[in-house]
Design a protein. Structure first.
Length: 122
């Protein structure tokens, strides 16, 4: 069986499409298209980005989705997918807390209002 790159390159050549035409239509660089057609998917980036790029290219060419992703999974299995790790721990926001100020301010003035108007009645 042919590889993913051969399959997609064959479809592109059958339709007489040049790399420049694909580049113009899909906004994929010629390097990205060449990487796909040479089965160098790791040059595209992480698993998700590579899969999305191949998906876009294969849809444009009218490729069979099942065949495309069976071949894709052979080249770049899902176990290569990185789990999400934030670059830095999430920090508390620094600065003035307007919400808390508003609550404190209103509570303070409400207490003074009660003291002035209702203290004598208690």
């Amino acid at each position: 069986m042919e590889s993913l790159g051969q399959y997609l390159k064959g479809l592109r050549e059958e339709q007489h499409l040049t790399l420049e035409e694909v580049n113009r239509e899909l906004k994929l660089s010629e390097e990205q298209i060449t990487a796909i057609e040479n089965n160098q998917l790791s040059k595209l980036g992480d698993y998700g980005f590579a899969r999305a790029t191949v998906y876009t290219y294969s849809r444009y060419l009218g490729a069979d989705e099942k065949i495309t992703f069976n071949l894709f999974d052979g080249l770049m299995p899902s176990r290569t997918q990185n789990s999400f790790k934030p670059h830095a721990p999430i920090k508390e926001k620094k600065g003035f807390d307007f919400r808390q100020f508003y609550l404190d301010y209103n509570h303070h003035h409400y207490c003074h209002y009660l003291e002035r108007n209702y203290l004598d009645e208690l």
